[in-house]
Ligand binder design. Structure first.
Ligand code: BG6
Length: 497
């Protein structure tokens, strides 16, 4: 891990928000415990809510206590961290709060005797981002390109047009090199390991293409529903919330060409190449390439769960999809005509995120039919969560006098091999922002290309309201039409046992 030495101030806009409480505070506390924060490190929380610094401190501590993977906060460590936490409340649409922030930064820098790295973290609802960026610009808090950075959370736009507009707002004040767009999936160990697996080993790369691969499946399945986020989800839906970002990132890592070096832009260039090579989907053909669903009432492990339309802040006739599956093709030499199936959904039967590469069948079956009744093509499954690891499925001879082939698994488990727990995604990403390493963050063109790829689907769905919703029961693996999407190509979804 990079040695972090420079004094650093983390400015959190939306200090009282859910993200700060659930993710940032626990990650920061854990980094502190692991001695991964710079020695001189301060946090300034900002929020529209009128609160005292003590109340902010209490909220931060509560978040760390509830969600830190260390299991809870102890007084001794928190008391060391707390003196470096301050809070400013005010209206983000007024300049006064930015003037106060500027003063607070100066006070801190004076204490340290020199300039600090200042990171502005936008942990706010998207509607306020423009005001904050303008405020920072007007207060000249962004002009030092070397020392200031901004972290933008998803959703990064609502569609291609708004993403382009948001990028324009950000780049009018910050240089692209100062902007860190977060996709927390890129902070997950197993997602990062896709690059290591592909490009630090000579074994698989020669067969990683259309000559040996039949298709690729990427699934992020969740058992949870929309929880308390109905209001956000009503405007998002599964395609925007998950596929445009998290699943597309996994897709890029699987499909990209080898990078020449581990340079942030080199890796991001390779990802953009893949996104640009996605075969455009004609709007009138969307039904061949995409399926949507919305959960109805259902049962899971003996408990009854309400329909999406009965969740808080959700319209009783909501057209928002809680499930989406799409098929993509990448028009280049490596992937021509190899389908990539991506699916995600809420209130599904199981929670798992994984990518499976299914290889082509053997060109000639030499074994008698009686021996190959259980035969399966080779699969390589990258398990992102839970049970992080990689599983290679191949055929073996079953012990016994009669020749029978049986699929068996060769499994690498993170837990068993490395014994230590992986850092949370936000720990990794915060460390990288502090170190100024943008490799795991999305560049403007990447975000825009990803939106471009799904725009025909979004448009088609918006133009044709769903008449069949809800079309899957909570606790199942999505609507029946998802099976049709893949079965029409003679394939089927692979679910963990
Ligand atoms: C978020 C989505 O980005 O990712 C949520 O907005 C989703 O809807 C979450 O539940 C899933 O993340 P993870 O890390 O729990 O797989």
């Amino acid at each position: 891990m990079t040695q972090l030495k420079e004094p650093t101030i983390l400015v959190i806009f939306g200090g009282m928000g859910d993200l700060t409480w659930r993710k940032l505070s626990p990650a920061l506390y854990n980094l502190y415990l692991d001695h991964q924060l710079p020695e001189r490190f301060a946090i300034i929380g900002l929020d529209m809510k009128e609160l005292s610094p003590d109340e902010f401190d209490h909220r931060m501590r509560d978040g760390a206590n509830n969600f830190c993977r260390c299991g809870g906060v102890d007084d001794e460590h928190w008391n060391q961290l707390a003196p470096n936490i301050s809070f400013i409340s005010g209206n983000f649409s007024e300049q006064a709060i930015f003037t106060a922030l500027s003063e607070q930064i100066k006070v801190q820098e004076k204490k340290w005797g020199g300039p600090a790295i200042v990171i502005y973290y936008l942990a706010t609802p998207p509607g306020i981002v423009v005001s904050i960026v303008h405020g920072l610009g007007a207060a000249r808090l962004a002009h030092d390109r070397e020392h200031t950075r901004i972290v933008a959370e998803k959703p990064f736009g609502h569609d291609l047009v708004s993403a382009v507009a948001l990028n324009a707002v950000l780049t009018a004040v910050f240089d692209e090199t100062q902007i860190y767009r977060i996709d927390h999936y890129l902070g997950k160990e197993t997602v990062q390991n896709i690059l290591a697996f592909r490009f630090a080993n000579a074994l698989f790369e020669p067969i990683w293409d259309r000559r040996y691969i039949d298709h690729v499946q990427i699934t992020v399945a969740e058992q949870v529903g929309v929880e308390h986020r109905g209001a956000y989800y009503e405007h998002a839906g599964a395609l925007r919330d998950m596929i445009q970002n998290h699943l597309m990132q996994i897709f890029c890592l699987i499909a990209m060409e080898p990078m020449v070096s581990f340079d942030a832009d080199e890796i991001r260039n390779k990802k953009v190449d893949v996104l640009r090579a996605i075969r455009p989907i004609a709007e009138d053909k969307v039904f061949h390439y995409a399926v949507r669903g919305q959960y109805g009432m259902g049962w899971m492990e003996g408990d009854k769960f309400p329909a999406y339309r009965s969740e808080p802040d959700v319209a009783p006739d909501s057209p928002s999809e809680t499930f989406a599956a799409i098929k993509l093709f990448v028009d280049n030499w490596r992937w021509q005509d190899v389908p990539f199936y991506l699916r995600t959904g809420k209130r599904l039967h199981a929670s798992f995120s994984e990518a499976t590469i299914q290889f082509l069948p053997v060109p000639h079956q030499s074994f008698p039919t009686s021996a190959t009744l259980a035969w399966q093509p080779n699969h390589l499954t990258i398990r992102i969560q839970p049970q992080e690891g990689i599983v290679l499925r191949f055929q073996a001879k079953k012990p016994g006098a009669i020749l029978h082939l049986s699929p068996v698994d060769m499994t690498f488990s993170y837990q068993k091999t490395f014994k230590s727990r992986s850092p949370e995604a936000y720990e990794t990403l915060l460390t990288d922002v502090i170190a100024g390493d943008a490799t795991l963050f999305m560049r403007a063109d990447q975000v825009e290309c990803s939106w471009s790829a799904i725009m025909p689907i979004l448009n088609a769905w918006e133009n044709t309201p769903p008449v069949e919703f809800p079309n899957y029961q909570a606790g199942t693996m999505g609507p029946e039409t998802t099976e049709v999407l893949i079965a029409q190509d003679g394939r089927s979804w692979l679910n963990p046992p």
